[in-house]
Ligand binder design. Structure first.
Ligand SMILES: Cc1cc2nc3c(=O)[nH]c(=O)nc-3n(C[C@H](O)[C@H](O)[C@H](O)COP(=O)(O)OP(=O)(O)OC[C@H]3O[C@@H](n4cnc5c(N)ncnc54)[C@H](O)[C@@H]3O)c2cc1C
Length: 383
């Protein structure tokens, strides 16, 4: 007997689940809050790892299509000092196992791989209630409801499904990013293009870091990361872009102009992205008929793994459901048994990374942090 699967959230995790279920002939509906696939810009590049994200795409039967999206050369990783001195430069020799793709293109690939009508756009969940025997009623802000025997919360950091399983709520990590873009960079910002190189640039210092990516379409995409309390950002008026940029630029006074240009020449309004986490060991007792995946289950400080884990969760949950026809509980238990320790291990790495960035007792720390980042980059390259 095949149970119809109700998935909340059309992020990478929810879509990977829907796709793997489809491959196995299992019907699913994805309910997504956004009104359409184009409702929101999907962010920048993601490196998709051969030990998790790519395994998911293989299970989804989409590995060849994924490879067609790869932006060649983008695995190059460069760490520089504030004066632009290159401390570490790892070339993209094509063996890193972490090719970069545009997130929006990967999401579209998954969407295109689903039967028409699988995703119900404009369906924002505002409540879920247990009906007993593993059944749940999901209500949407558009006034509709569905009743399901298998509910999956793939609805990200602020999941509305999570309270069925756990009392945990995301907490601020102490770090936020301000996101900026430079367009037509080759012609308009050649010095910044040269500084960033072919892939990613990290310029770390005391409690702050410029992190920039060379993306497709002649774009430089920058996150300026600050380890600061939320109040610090609350004092900045994000409706006044020029003032925000001037405020950020002050933090990088005296830095090489090709680095500060990534901030001061931004073509977009600075967007604040504060980072939240769930407890690293977040888990729950089995509750009949419902589970979580991706950020809804294990939100970590950014460590380059979140999207990869969401993809793998979705694929493995789909495979577990296919392997246990008619036995939802066996499928969910098998999925959770593998997912909990995996996400705890990777979440702990994320915390460690953030701690190092926050370590902040003198100018000398710039080099110490750069060394730590270099170690991290090398470890990831060789893992
Ligand atoms: C600045 C930044 C940079 C990052 N960079 C990387 C990176 O380089 N590599 C990497 O692997 N990870 C990265 N991550 C982490 C990654 O983005 C997430 O871990 C990943 O997107 C999680 O996927 P998901 O499918 O679980 O959730 P999401 O991508 O958050 O998708 C959840 C979906 O659910 C929908 N939704 C939310 N609430 C509701 C509701 N009430 N009703 C219906 N639908 C709802 C949302 O609209 C969304 O479409 C980054 C994160 C941030 C913030």
């Amino acid at each position: 007997m095949t149970t119809h699967v109700t998935i909340i959230g059309a992020g990478l995790g929810g879509l990977a689940l829907a796709r793997v279920l489809h491959v196995h002939g299992i019907p699913a509906t994805v309910h997504e809050a956004e009104s359409s696939p184009m409702a929101r810009a999907q962010g920048g590049m993601l490196d998709i790892h051969d030990y998790n994200g790519q395994l998911a795409l293989e299970a989804a039967g989409l590995l060849d299509e994924f490879r067609a999206l790869i932006l060649e050369g983008r695995q190059q990783t460069r760490i520089v000092d504030r004066d632009g001195t290159v401390l570490l430069d790892l070339a993209d020799d094509g063996t890193g196992g972490r090719p970069e793709v545009q997130r929006g293109e990967l999401r579209q690939l998954l969407l295109d791989s689903l039967p028409d009508g699988t995703v119900h756009w404009g369906h924002k969940v505002d409540g879920v209630r247990a009906l007993g025997d593993g059944r749940h009623e999901v209500s949407f802000t558009n006034g509709t409801t569905v009743v399901t025997s298998l509910l999956v919360g793939a609805d990200g950091a602020w999941s509305k499904v999570r309270p069925l399983l756990s009392d945990a709520t995301p907490e601020y990590t102490g770090t936020s990013a301000i996101e900026l873009y430079l367009f037509d960079a080759d012609t308009r910002r050649p010095a910044a293009v040269k500084a960033v190189g072919g892939g990613s640039l990290m310029a770390p210092a005391q409690g702050r870091m410029i992190l920039a990516h060379r993306e497709g379409g002649d774009v430089l995409h920058t996150y300026v990361m600050f380890t600061r309390p939320l109040d610090w950002f609350g004092d900045i008026d994000f409706t006044d872009s020029a003032a925000v940029i001037a405020r950020i630029a002050r933090e990088f006074d005296g830095w090489a102009p090709e680095l500060t240009a990534l901030v001061t020449e931004s073509d977009t309004a600075p967007a604040l992205r504060s980072h939240y986490t769930l407890p690293v060991e977040h888990r729950w007792e089995r509750v009949p008929g419902v589970t979580l995946l991706g950020d809804a289950a294990h939100l970590t400080a950014p460590n380059g793994e979140g999207a990869n884990l969401a993809l793998l969760d979705g694929a493995e949950l789909g495979q577990a459901i296919a392997a246990h026809p008619g036995d939802v509980e066996a499928a969910l238990a098998e999925y959770e048994q593998a997912m909990f320790p995996r996400s705890a291990e990777i979440g702990a790495q994320g915390d460690d990374f953030l701690d190092r960035l926050a370590t902040d007792d003198g100018e000398e720390k710039s080099r110490v942090i750069a060394d730590a980042l270099a170690e991290l980059a090398v470890a990831k390259r060789s893992s």
